[in-house]
Design a protein around this ligand. Structure first.
Ligand SMILES: [Zn+2]
Length: 596
């Protein structure tokens, strides 16, 4: 009761003050929105959290106070969706070891061992092989598996690599848990046990944003469990590590007479969050829609696997630039359109997206469950990080997605707001416009560039330049206003890929590319693709949005991490077979890998 009363009071206050609000895009209102959205009260707006819900409520109240019509579910402004927010341990986790001599030992979950977050759930018993660091990198002339047969056995391997956890090591990219799980699976192992040689605790449980598990049970154990195993054989862990480091040669061997029984159970925890949608109806062409969007979610308290660039700091990531800045502009633009509601030709739909930081989940959910038909959606304009303009430069992505964009972005760059506009043709990119571009909708994406506070707790409201942001919001408004009335509607074209300021798409950091865009939200065995880049190897091979890649170059793909790992092993010019599932049927195509 109390809470409902509070909500009602809050709504009434906002509506009663709305008359004193200016319909124009003002510095003060932009600042008010950012200060609230990026305040500690909203706790970083992590999808599925109370702070995120408060942000959605704020958007909803603002939309209502401007007189927008709701475009969510059942007459509301909210479009709810479910997503995996975390993993937790089930009740069935077990580990016991029968040593060569002596009694069987039973270990305790959470104290002695813990499954890895992406582990498959299964019970396995088998003999044991020690496989050094569990790395298979023949191209770097280092392969822990080269002299051992692990078929049907349980592989025990150390964490990190021969150079420790050194990010500059040439073996660094082979040391991830996901890659080690893939090597063990590819070699036929029944399970993988990782030993953290630097810690007396098993590895923390974390969710790495992919539904799909590793295909075999994977767990970590504390160091003493392995030491107990090795002692009867007069092998010591320190000596093994030194030998590998000094000789650059693996140390791997069977551990005879030992049997391990293990069982893993990791449960995915579902959460709910919501996009916020409101619109101003057009007059003569009201069935045609221009979408303006900005994501309002951020990283919450950060932490491992959250996307934080300071993952050790469990602190509120306020996300003022990312993306309270775009959200505030969305509100101000919506308010200005609402004030001229009777003069619009087309309908203008405003969407605050959630789940963006988890892989554009909200915009993918919307484009799969649209309120207005997608073939009547004439364009999508996205703002993500527009609060930290440098050298008077605004970057506009997506100008290659319609022939009209080049002229339009120049036309509205006028005094006194004139900026230096840097254009990028590509319609893909790591934000919500990409979800619309893959549905053949012309897009523009406005972005002032990354900075030192990006994805850190220090991305705060007082570092935003509100005068610059006002100029950008006015510019986006003018473009949107042009698009809502122009005839004919903007034609869609596939853009040529361009190196973008934010990077993005697939294969970041790899030398080769297949030119496909992963669908992060898909819950499938394999990697579902959301689109192909014009002229890229994937498109030339005939790959299409919706295809699920199950094999690449003769290696099985169960999840996006397998895909990224295998991509890293391919060479420019290499021709690879790709097995896919299309509409439930298997198909094989071949592609020539190109340079990224
Ligand atoms: Zn972000």
């Amino acid at each position: 009761m109390k809470r409902i009363a509070f909500l009602l009071a809050a709504t009434v206050t906002l509506i009663s003050t709305s008359f004193s609000q200016s319909p124009e895009i003002t510095v003060n209102e932009l600042k008010t929105h950012v200060q609230y959205l990026a305040s500690d009260e909203l706790e970083g707006r992590g999808s599925g959290t109370e702070g995120n819900r408060k942000a959605a409520e704020y958007l909803q109240q603002q939309f209502a106070s401007y007189g927008l019509k709701p475009a969510g579910k059942d007459g509301s402004f909210l479009q709810e969706f479910e997503f995996v927010s975390a993993v937790k341990l089930g009740s069935k986790n077990a580990l016991s070891i029968s040593p060569a001599q002596g009694a069987k030992r039973q270990y305790v979950v959470d104290r002695d061992f813990r499954p890895l977050g992406f582990s498959s759930n299964a019970a396995v018993t088998g003999s044991v092989v020690f496989a050094g660091y569990g790395i298979s990198a023949p191209e770097k002339e280092y392969d822990d598996y080269k002299d051992i047969d692990v078929t049907g056995k349980i592989v025990v391997a150390l964490r990190y690599g021969p150079d420790g956890n050194d990010i500059h090591s040439e073996l660094y990219r082979f040391t991830s848990f996901r890659n080690k799980a893939r090597y063990a699976r590819e070699k036929g192992a029944a399970a993988l046990i990782i030993v953290d040689q630097l810690s007396e605790d098993p590895v923390k449980l974390s969710y790495d944003q992919s539904h799909s598990t590793s295909g075999i049970p994977c767990m970590s154990v504390k160091k003493s469990v392995l030491e107990e195993l090795l002692t009867p054989f007069k092998k010591d862990l320190g000596g093994i590590q030194e030998s590998i480091k000094a000789n650059r040669q693996p140390v791997a061997f069977d551990i005879p007479g030992v049997m391990i029984s293990l069982e893993t159970e990791v449960i995915q925890v579902m959460s709910r969050t919501a996009n916020v949608l409101g619109y101003v109806e057009g007059t003569t062409h009201k069935d045609e829609v221009v979408v303006i969007g900005a994501h309002f979610d951020h990283l919450g308290y950060g932490g491992e696997s959250s996307g934080s660039l300071q993952p050790d700091a469990i602190a509120i990531h306020n996300g003022a630039d990312d993306n309270a800045s775009g959200t505030a502009a969305l509100l101000e633009i919506a308010q200005k359109f609402a004030a001229s509601r009777n003069s619009l030709t087309r309908t203008v739909l405003f969407i605050g997206f959630s789940g963006e930081e988890l892989g554009t989940l909200g915009s993918q959910y919307y484009t799969n469950n649209p309120y207005f038909a997608l073939n009547q959606t004439v364009a999508m304009l996205n703002m993500d990080m527009i609060g930290r303009m440098k050298e008077n430069t605004l970057t506009v992505h997506g100008v290659g997605t319609s022939p009209v964009w080049n002229d339009i972005v120049k036309k509205w760059n006028t005094a006194p707001d004139t900026m230096s506009i840097r254009t990028v043709a590509d319609g893909f990119g790591p934000s919500d416009h990409a979800s619309f571009y893959t549905k053949d909708i012309p897009v523009l994406f406005f972005f002032t560039g990354t900075h030192n506070d990006y994805h850190k707790p220090s991305d705060d409201w007082d570092k935003i330049n509100y005068e610059d942001k006002q100029r950008i919001a006015r510019y986006v408004y003018n473009i949107a206003n042009d698009v809502q009335s122009m005839t004919p509607r903007p034609q869609f074209t596939k853009s040529q890929p361009t190196a973008s300021a934010m990077g993005g798409g697939d294969g970041r950091g790899f030398s080769v590319t297949l030119g496909v865009v992963p669908d992060y939200a898909a819950d499938v065995k394999g990697m579902k693709i959301d689109g192909t880049r014009a002229g890229g190897p994937g498109e030339k091979a005939g790959l299409q949005a919706g295809d699920i890649i199950t094999m690449l170059g003769g290696k099985k793909i169960l999840n996006i991490y397998d895909y990224m790992g295998i991509l890293g092993e391919l060479k420019v010019g290499q021709v690879v077979e790709i097995e896919i599932m299309r509409d439930g049927k298997p198909m094989t195509v071949s592609a020539t890998m190109t340079k990224r």
